[in-house]
Design a protein around this ligand. Structure first.
Ligand code: ACM
Ligand code: ZN
Length: 770
C-alpha cells in the first residue's frame, strides 16, 4: 500500500513522505540525509509507558540524554533498562556493522536500533531527535501526541570518517559554555571532529602548567575598538586586558562533553608562525635578531606577524616538547595539529642561530628549514604515539613522515601535492569552507573579509574532483568547515557564521556522492533549523536575501535580482516604497532609464523572509554608458549604484599593485562641467586612495587633452580608517565624448602603517558626470 504521509512542519509547511517507498536521502527531514530510508504508514509514539532496552551502561547514558529531553518538555520519561526482556525500543549490537553505521527499524509498536558500537547508536538517536518536534530541545511544553516518529527503516552510514569543524578560539576567545553549546549543536549533525585552533598571534588559549606566562601574558591583548584588520599593535607598557583561556580542567570537560557526543577534539598548537602570543610571554624563543617589543597581536599585526620561533635555538624545541607533553595528556585524540601555515622566513634568513642550523644540518634552502622544524616536532609527537596534522604549506618543503595535510589554498589543491606522496589529507578549501567569508549578499552581512561562501556554495561542494587520480580519493579522510573568528565579538557572532552553513557541511561530509538536491536540502533544512533555534543557537537568514546585478545595456540599466532559495518570491517596487507581499512579482530582469529607487525582498506564503534590498540608482551623464578598463572590468563604474563600505560587495572595481586606466564613452560629444570619482579606503585591507588621478578628454579616443589632476599626500592616502571619499574635478567647461582616467597606485604601505610593506589595492565606484 502506498499512501502519502504528510508530516506537519513546525513552520506550517508540509513535506511529503511516501509510505512503503524507498525515499532515500531527500524526503526525510533529517540532516545529514540518511543513506537509504523507506517510510511505512503509521507512527511509533513515545509514551510514559514506553520501555527502552539497552545492553550496557554506556548505551544507558546515551539513551538517558535522549529521553531527558522528553522528560523536560513532554513531561514523561520512558523507562530505560539494561537487558529488558520485551522492550518497545531495543538497542542491539551487531559487531559486523561498520563503526559509525546504524539501522533503524521502526513500526507502530516497536523500534529496533542496530549498530556495532556507541557511535552508530548515537547517530541513530540524533536521527530520531530530528524527527521529534523541535521544541524538545528547549524547556517549553510539548504535546505528548507529537512525540512520535514515522514507521520506517533507515540504513545509514557516513561517506567520510572525518567530518570536521574547526573553531579559532584565539582570535575570539569562545567562553567554555558557548563552546559546549556549539559541540551539542554539531553533534546533532553527526559532525565527529572538533579541531580547536588554540594558538595564534592573537591569543594563547590553553593552560600549560610548566609555562604559566603562556596564559598570564599570552592570553591577553590590548583592547582596540576598530575592526580586526585596522587594529594597531600593542605598544610597550600598554595594558593588555582582553582575552581569556581554558584551564586544564576546562579542557578535560570540553573533551569529555565532546566525547559523549561522539566528537573527537583535535588540538592545534601552531608553529613556527602565528605565535606572537607565546613569544609575547617568552620572547627569548624568537630569533635573537628580533629587537621589537613583542605583544599579543590585537589584529593582523603588520610586520610583527613575521616574528616566529627561532629554528636555530634548541630551547624552542624543548619548550614545544614540554607543551606537547601536556597536550598529549589532555587530549585523547590520536591526532595533534601542528599548524605550519604562513610562516615568514624573514627573521630566519638573518638570524645567526638559524643560519648555523642550516649549515649544521646541510639545509640549502630556507624553506627546508621549516621542514627541519616541523619534522623534528613531528618526530616528537609520533614518539608519543600520536599522528601529526598540518596546513598545506607543509608541502612547500619535504613533508614530515606521515603528516596529514589540510588543504585550504587554491580550492584545496595544495593538499594534492601531499596525496601525490601518499599522505592522507582533509579538505577545507578557503574558497568554499572558510565560514569567515560572507554567507550572502554583502550589504546585509556583518563586516568580514574577502568574498562569499553561501549556504549553496557549501552544499554544492564536492571534494573529489573529476581530474583526481583514484589514489587521492582513498587518501581523503574527509572535509572540514573552518571558522576563523577575526570579526567575532560574541558567541552569537560565531553561531551566526556557523549556522546554517554547518548543516550544509554536514550533508557534504555524510551523504554519498551524487545525491545532491538543493531544493530537497532546503526542505530538510527548514525542518532541522528549528531544532537548533530551540536549543538557543543563533542562525543566519542570509539565504533569504537578494543578490543584485545592475549593468549598463543600451544606455539603460538592466536590473537582475536573484536569491539562492528557489522557493521564495521576489517582490519589488520602483518608487522607493517598502515591498509587500502584493508588490509586483519579479519574474525576469527589467531595465530603467532614469533615477530610480528599486526596493525588493523575498516572500513566502505572504511573509517577508529576507531583508529589504535598496538599489538607489542615481542618473547622471555617465550612467548606463560604456566603460573600458585596463583590468577587464565593464559596467560597474557606470551602473548608477554606489558601492558600500565593503569594497568586495561587487560594486567596486579593483586594481592590485598596478596603475589603473579606464575610459567612459558618453556616446556622443557632451558638455561636461563636473566629474566625480568615488574612492574607498580600508587601511586594514591595504585598500587606499591613489597617489594621482589624471582626467583627460577626447572626441576620437586617440588624442586626449588633460583637463584636471588630483594628488593626495602620503598622509591622506595612508590614514588608518575605513571611508568612502569622492574625488571631484569641477569647473571643467569642456565638450567631449570620451573621459579617460589615469590613476597612479601609491605603492607599498609605509612604515608604521597597519599593513606596513604590503602592496596596495585601489578600488573605485562610481564615475558621476554632470
Ligand atoms: C590558514 O588559513 N592560514 C590556514
Ligand atoms: Zn633564528
Amino acid at each position: 500500500m502506498k499512501i502519502k504521509l504528510w508530516i506537519a512542519c513546525a513552520l506550517g509547511l508540509s513535506l511529503p513522505v511516501w509510505a512503503g517507498e524507498s525515499v532515500g536521502a531527500e524526503a526525510l527531514p533529517v540532516i545529514p540525509a540518511p543513506m537509504t530510508c523507506s517510510v511505512d504508514s503509521g507512527y511509533f509514539y513515545f509514551t510514559p509507558s514506553t520501555t527502552i532496552g539497552v545492553e550496557c551502561e554506556s548505551q544507558l547514558q546515551m539513551v538517558s540524554t535522549f529521553v531527558d529531553r522528553l522528560g523536560r518538555t513532554a513531561g514523561f520519561l520512558p523507562a530505560i533498562e539494561v537487558g529488558a526482556p520485551e522492550p518497545d525500543v531495543r538497542l542491539t549490537t551487531v559487531p559486523s556493522m561498520p563503526p559509525e553505521a546504524y539501522r533503524l527499524e521502526v513500526s507502530a509498536g516497536r523500534m529496533t536500533i542496530k549498530a556495532s558500537g556507541d557511535a552508530g547508536f548515537f547517530y541513530a538517536l540524533q536521527t530520531l531527535r530530528q524527527l521529534l518536534p523541535p521544541a524538545i530541545e528547549g524547556v517549553e511544553p510539548v504535546a505528548r501526541n507529537l512525540c512520535r516518529v514515522p514507521a520506517m527503516t533507515i540504513d545509514d552510514a557516513p561517506r567520510f570518517g572525518y567530518r570536521g569543524l574547526m573553531i579559532d578560539v584565539s582570535r575570539y576567545f569562545m567562553p567554555k559554555k558557548d563552546l559546549l553549546q556549539i559541540i551539542e549543536a554539531s553533534s546533532m549533525l553527526k559532525i565527529n571532529k572538533l579541531h580547536l585552533h588554540l594558538v595564534d598571534d592573537n591569543g594563547w588559549r590553553i593552560e600549560i602548567k610548566k609555562y604559566p606566562r603562556l596564559t598570564q601574558v599570552g592570553a591577553w591583548r590590548v583592547k582596540r575598538d576598530e575592526l580586526f584588520p585596522n587594529r594597531r599593535n600593542q605598544e610597550r607598557g600598554e595594558e593588555a586586558t582582553e582575552g581569556g583561556y581554558y584551564t586544564q580542567d576546562d579542557i578535560r570537560e570540553i573533551v569529555r562533553y565532546a566525547a559523549e557526543r561522539q566528537i573527537e577534539v583535535i588540538p592545534e598548537i601552531e608553529m613556527p608562525a602565528h605565535t606572537n602570543s607565546s613569544l609575547a610571554a617568552y620572547p627569548q624563543l624568537a630569533c635573537p635578531v628580533e629587537d621589537r617589543f613583542i605583544g599579543v597581536l590585537p589584529g593582523i599585526g603588520g610586520k610583527n606577524s613575521e616574528i616566529v620561533y627561532c629554528a636555530g635555538n634548541d630551547s624552542v624545541f624543548s619548550f614545544l616538547e614540554d607543551v606537547i607533553d601536556e597536550i598529549v595528556e589532555l587530549f585523547p585524540s590520536k591526532y595533534i595539529h601542528l599548524g605550519g601555515d604562513e610562516a615568514s622566513k624573514v627573521n630566519w634568513a638573518r638570524c645567526p642561530l638559524c643560519q648555523a642550523r642550516m649549515k649544521a644540518e646541510h639545509i640549502d634552502h630556507i624553506e627546508e628549514l621549516q621542514s627541519y622544524f616541523m619534522t623534528r616536532m613531528c618526530d616528537y609527537v609520533r614518539s608519543k604515539g600520536k599522528e601529526v596534522m598540518g596546513w598545506d604549506e607543509l608541502t612547500n618543503s619535504t613533508l614530515p613522515e606521515g603528516a596529514i595535510i589540510y588543504g585550504w589554498q587554491g580550492l584545496g589543491k595544495a593538499a594534492l601535492k601531499a596525496a601525490e606522496q601518499g599522505h592522507r589529507f582533509v579538505m577545507t578549501p578557503a574558497r568554499v569552507l572558510y565560514l569567515i567569508r560572507y554567507q550572502g549578499p554583502q550589504w546585509f552581512e556583518p563586516f568580514t573579509y574577502f568574498g562569499n561562501n553561501t549556504l549553496k556554495d557549501v552544499y554544492q561542494y564536492e571534494p573529489v574532483q573529476q581530474d583526481w587520480k583514484p589514489a587521492y580519493e582513498s587518501l581523503l579522510m574527509g572535509v572540514q568547515a573552518s571558522m576563523w573568528t577575526e570579526f567575532c565579538n560574541s558567541p552569537a557572532d560565531v553561531e551566526y557564521l556557523l549556522f546554517p552553513r554547518l548543516l550544509a557541511l554536514a550533508d557534504v561530509a555524510w551523504t554519498q556522492k551524487g545525491t545532491k538536491d538543493w531544493p530537497g536540502f532546503l526542505a530538510r533544512l527548514d525542518r532541522v533549523l528549528p531544532h537548533l533555534e530551540a536549543l538557543g543557537v543563533t542562525c543566519a537568514r542570509s539565504m533569504y536575501n537578494i543578490d543584485h546585478r545592475v549593468t549598463p545595456e543600451k544606455k539603460r540599466l538592466r536590473v537582475d535580482l536573484s536569491c539562492i532559495r528557489p522557493d521564495v518570491e521576489i517582490r519589488y517596487t520602483c518608487d522607493g516604497t517598502e515591498p509587500v507581499a502584493t508588490s509586483p512579482l519579479y519574474e525576469k530582469p527589467f531595465t530603467v532609464d532614469a533615477s530610480t529607487c528599486v526596493r525588493a525582498a523575498t516572500f513566502a506564503q505572504g511573509v517577508q523572509m529576507g531583508k529589504t534590498l535598496t538599489l538607489d540608482m542615481q542618473w547622471n551623464l555617465a550612467t548606463g554608458k560604456r566603460e573600458i578598463a585596463n583590468n577587464g572590468s565593464a559596467g560597474v563604474l557606470t551602473n548608477g549604484v554606489r558601492g558600500s563600505l565593503r569594497h568586495t560587495d561587487s560594486e567596486w572595481v579593483g586594481w592590485y599593485d598596478q596603475d589603473a586606466t579606464f575610459v567612459i564613452d558618453l556616446g556622443k560629444k557632451t558638455p561636461v562641467s563636473e566629474v566625480t570619482l568615488g574612492c574607498i579606503t580600508n587601511s586594514g585591507m591595504a585598500v587606499h586612495k591613489p597617489a594621482v588621478i589624471r582626467l583627460s578628454v577626447s572626441n576620437d579616443k586617440k588624442n586626449y587633452r588633460p583637463v584636471g589632476e588630483i594628488r593626495y599626500s602620503r598622509e591622506e592616502i595612508f590614514e588608518n580608517r575605513m571611508a568612502i571619499e569622492d574625488a571631484r574635478f569641477d569647473n571643467l567647461g569642456v565638450k567631449a565624448r570620451y573621459l579617460k582616467f589615469e590613476v597612479v597606485n601609491p605603492g607599498l604601505c609605509p612604515a608604521g602603517d597597519v599593513r606596513e610593506g604590503q602592496k596596495v589595492w585601489m578600488y573605485f565606484d562610481e564615475v558621476m558626470v554632470q
